[in-house]
Design a protein around this ligand. Structure first.
Ligand code: NDP
Length: 288
């Protein structure tokens, strides 16, 4: 008998993650894990799904907590010995009027959005089964063309990030360099843009490209990771200014999570309407 298929969504108690849960509960042929850093909010979201006639399981997962990540990975390994879909959705964004110093914002945003996502991948990728699908939710501001610090440093940085030979170590060093320059006030001179959130999303997009390259030489066939811009969506993160509904904002992520066997959509940057966008050269389509 084929093993039970398993899907996991991070930061799934609200917003786009919750929207993706609704889609997966309806369309994924297996068990779907709603994960959240807060047990109470996560369980409440599972109850919400139940009211809609949808069935999901809950497990605590804080992507900013190494112990929580390893507990979750152990649990999935012990219970299912495999994983078929991973949706890296959890992230934070400071509000534009935040008074938290830029360097501190950079440290927290890169640690959670980039290194937290990387840590989840490192813990769960060994469990991926053949034909597994991973989708990392990036952003329109995660497009390479958003690296817009002082020229020519920004061009040099874009070239590094775009390079097909960029390694994971080099990318992690660049992310740490961004945090350091954000703290000492030299981030623009180093080529970086003035948004810690944007830098973190450029980071996860560059990471997805590196991860697909590793998948391509993995002994497990047909492992696929894509990264996407979900749209400008009506969630807490945007203070409900985004014009797209959570359902519309879940389209590209759910599509990538459910890509059929041997799909050619691999290592790509997807717009919210599912179209493939060239991450290096653009152009990026209109926001809505
Ligand atoms: P929300 O702020 O509404 O939801 C974010 C989710 O991530 C929440 O469930 C939150 O949990 C969770 N989260 C935050 N930190 C952690 C952590 N350390 N561990 C686990 N979960 C965590 O945001 P959206 O739904 O709008 O965003 C979802 C994704 O889409 C993010 O990656 C975001 O960057 C991206 N995105 C969103 C856009 C938009 O227009 N909304 C546009 C482009 C990209 P909690 O409830 O506990 O805070």
């Amino acid at each position: 008998m084929a093993p039970q298929k398993v899907a996991v969504v991070t930061g799934a108690n609200k917003g786009i993650g919750f929207g993706v849960m609704k889609e997966l509960c309806q369309k994924f042929d297996g068990v779907v894990y709603l994960t959240a850093r807060d047990e109470g909010r996560g369980q409440a979201a599972v109850e919400e799904l139940k009211k809609l006639g949808l069935s999901a399981r809950f497990h605590q997962l804080d992507i900013d907590d190494a112990a929580s990540i390893s507990r979750f990975a152990e649990y999935i390994k012990k219970t299912y010995d495999g994983l078929d879909v991973l949706v890296n959705n959890a992230a934070i964004a400071y509000k534009h009027d935040s008074t938290v110093p830029f360097g501190e914002q950079a440290e927290n945003t890169i640690r959670i959005n980039f290194f937290g996502t990387l840590a989840v991948c490192d813990a769960l990728f060994p469990l991926l089964r053949p034909h597994a699908r991973v989708i990392t939710v990036s952003s329109c501001v995660g497009h390479l063309t958003k690296v817009t610090g002082d020229e020519p440093a920004a061009k040099a940085l874009r070239d590094k990030l775009a390079s097909p030979s960029l390694t994971r170590k080099e990318l992690c060093d660049l992310m740490n360099q961004f945090v350091q320059t954000a703290k000492d006030g030299t981030w623009k001179a180093a080529g970086w843009q003035s948004s810690t959130y944007s830098a973190s999303k450029v980071g996860v997009s560059a990471l997805s490209r590196i991860q697909q390259k590793a998948f391509d030489t993995d002994s497990r066939p047909d492992l696929v990771i894509n990264h996407c811009h979900p749209g400008y969506v009506n969630t807490d993160m945007t203070s409900h200014k985004g014009p797209l509904s959570v359902e519309q904002g879940s389209v590209s992520t759910s599509y990538a999570a459910l890509l059929p066997p041997n799909t050619e959509v691999r290592g790509q940057f997807l717009w919210h309407d599912k179209q493939v966008v060239d991450w290096v050269n653009g152009p990026t389509p209109s926001l809505y």
